[in-house]
Design a binder for this molecule. Structure first.
Ligand code: AMP
Length: 190
């Protein structure tokens, strides 16, 4: 199995690129944010819980997120592998992901990070907020809070995967096509 963590701050373009990678490598794309939004739309208990955190730009509690992710992985064990998008968000989640994949006799192949400057991110997110219908994209304070949490809790995962020689940084500024080419170059070396 090829299991990729697609990494980067909110607005780095993970969702856009995941859609291409999923097709090219025939992988299952799991975006934890998308699964939460699906649950919010369908007014499930998980959705109601997640919404209260997401509206503030805060993280949904780890165990809730890990349980949800484990269930998504379990549904697709016959696949070629996974693209994890928006997960892990902190070290506890990264450790849980290692344990989960090990229990299925597999592991993370690489973390590939889209590197984008903060001010570019804020602009991209607020622009996306005008059309995405995502309340957490539309408000400057919430957008900045999401980026703040990324640096406080998530960015450290660069060290986590670097220590395992699994971290690959890719310049996330440029055309969608150019960035896809950069990602493919990395993935083809794995
Ligand atoms: P995203 O679509 O990845 O930008 O995620 C949107 C929101 O969903 C985040 O701001 C969090 O509130 C929640 N979320 C998504 N993934 C996670 C995760 N791995 N852990 C905790 N909360 C998450």
């Amino acid at each position: 199995m090829k299991n990729l963590v697609l990494f980067g701050p909110p607005g780095a373009g993970k969702g856009t690129q995941a859609a291409f990678l999923k097709e090219t490598y025939d992988l299952i794309h799991i975006s934890t944010g998308d699964v939460f939004r699906f649950n919010i739309k369908n007014e499930t208990d998980l959705g109601k819980l997640a919404k209260s955190f997401m509206d503030k730009g805060a993280l949904v509690p780890d165990q809730v997120t890990i349980d949800m992710l484990s269930a998504e992985v379990a549904k697709n064990l016959d696949s070629n592998g996974f693209i994890f998008d928006g997960f892990p968000r902190n070290v506890l989640q990264a450790e849980a992901l290692d344990v989960l994949l090990k229990s299925h006799q597999t592991e993370i192949s690489a973390m590939i990070a889209l590197e984008v400057d903060d001010e570019v991110l804020v602009k991209r997110l607020l622009k996306r907020g005008k059309t995405s219908g995502r309340p957490d994209d539309a408000n400057d304070t919430v957008v900045r809070n999401r980026i703040k949490i990324y640096y406080a809790e998530t960015a450290i995962l660069k060290s986590y995967y670097s220590a395992k020689d699994k971290y690959f940084g890719v310049d996330g500024v440029g055309s969608v096509e150019d960035i896809t080419v950069r990602l493919n170059t990395v993935i083809n070396t794995l």
